[in-house]
Design a protein around this ligand. Structure first.
Ligand SMILES: [Cu+2]
Length: 389
């Protein structure tokens, strides 16, 4: 049973108003829920602490579970700070889990308990919480984790179904989309205890895993059309809301910044590596495509109890979900991994690069004739092609 201490998550204005007026926020106690039920005795369940790492990297983990289900302890520090989101110095007043956009990928196995310590340090301005799409009940944990600046909370949930799932902040009303498009999302991967299986039910594993979180940002402009910078997160709200409600993002990026995963930060692999790409978008649909490659096995909805699709050219990640694609690189070179709305990929930022080392396979592709002068005179063909006299 859950006792409800206040109206369900309808506290948006109470959450933001104190920022504008400079008044201290009231205790989050009055706006969260206390679950009351039979105590569960987990004293015999082993515990392990996992240190999270910033994306695109993923903390060490076993693909096949070696031990019985355990309690896996994570800690997330909520950090409100400014982030540069492109190479032109455009700044986002960001709200983040652990200081990175997206927040770190957590990996557990089906049947494990996730025990998260969520910390909202006193330096922050806003109330925050966490909604795990992998969790059951209590608004995904959002109802049990609303913390004011200076507070922390511990949530435990059972990862009772495998897959890749989004987590995000959802502190109520219009705070929900704003916090999400300010960077407050991440993902958790709940692996089947026996590891991943292909479309025929045979075990598959990966050599590398990368986590790509895609974000749509809505940065207000000044009278001259330049992107505006704000004093702090609270003062960015009003104008950002106006841009958000137009539903046209100014930036669509991977891992918090246009170019976060290109150049020196490109993802790397060798020919023959089986690479798992976990891709999340907490707010908006997207369509990953690996230029020059494929999705050998794609869990488009990210849910490992469903057989993966094979040989995809492009796959679809629904806003509010995380998917996974496994690909074995077969050729060396630079591969662009894009949101295949190419305007969003090229002009707005949603492009990553894989730099792959190894030997070129001429059987898969060869340049039979290098570009050279054509040599024939075909000008007659074009003489009749003028539209205007
Ligand atoms: Cu938040």
């Amino acid at each position: 049973m859950i006792t409800r201490r206040t109206a369900l998550m309808g506290v948006a204005l109470s959450a933001v108003a104190p920022i504008a007026s400079g008044i201290t926020v009231a205790s989050a106690d009055s706006e969260s829920m206390t679950p009351i039920g039979e105590k569960v005795d987990l004293s015999k369940v082993a515990r392990k602490k996992v240190k999270l790492v910033p994306p695109p990297f993923v903390h060490e983990h076993n693909q096949v579970a070696k031990d019985p289900p355990s309690i896996v302890e994570f800690e997330l520090l909520i950090v409100e700070k400014e982030h540069e989101i492109d190479d032109e110095g455009t700044m986002l007043q960001g709200m983040t889990f652990d200081g990175s956009i997206p927040g770190p990928l957590m990996v557990v196995h089906e049947g494990d308990y996730v025990e998260l310590t969520l910390i909202n340090p006193p330096e922050n301005q806003m109330q925050h919480n966490i909604d795990f799409h992998a969790a059951t009940g209590g608004l995904g944990g959002g109802a049990l984790t609303l913390v004011n600046p200076g507070e922390k909370t511990v949530l435990r949930f059972k990862a009772d179904r495998p897959g890749t799932f989004v987590y995000h902040c959802a502190p109520g009303g219009p705070m929900i989309p704003w916090h999400v498009v300010s960077g407050m999302s991440g993902a958790i991967m709940v692996l089947p205890r026996e590891g991943l299986k292909d479309d025929k039910g045979q075990p598959v594993s990966y050599d590398k895993v990368f986590y790509i979180g895609e974000n749509d940002f809505y940065i207000p402009r000044d009278a001259n059309g330049n992107f505006k910078r704000f004093e702090d997160v609270g003062s960015s709200y009003g104008e950002t809301l106006e841009v958000m409600n137009g539903l046209i993002p100014t930036h669509v990026v991977f891992n918090g910044k246009a170019g976060a995963l290109t150049g020196d930060n490109a993802l790397t692999a060798n020919v023959g590596d089986r690479v798992l790409i976990v891709h999340s978008q907490a707010n908006r649909d997207t369509r990953p495509h690996l230029i020059g490659g494929h999705g050998d096995l794609v869990w488009e909805t990210g849910k490992f109890n469903n057989p993966p699709q094979r040989d995809n050219e492009t796959w679809f990640i629904r806003g509010g979900s995380a998917g996974a694609a496994l690909y074995t690189f077969r050729q060396p070179g630079v591969y662009a991994y894009v949101n295949h709305n190419l305007i969003e990929a090229v002009n707005l930022g949603a492009t990553a690069h894989f730099v792959v080392e190894g030997d070129w396979n001429n059987d898969l592709m060869a340049q039979v004739v290098a570009p050279s002068p054509y040599g024939e005179d075909v000008s007659a063909i074009y003489k009749s092609k003028k539209a205007l006299p």
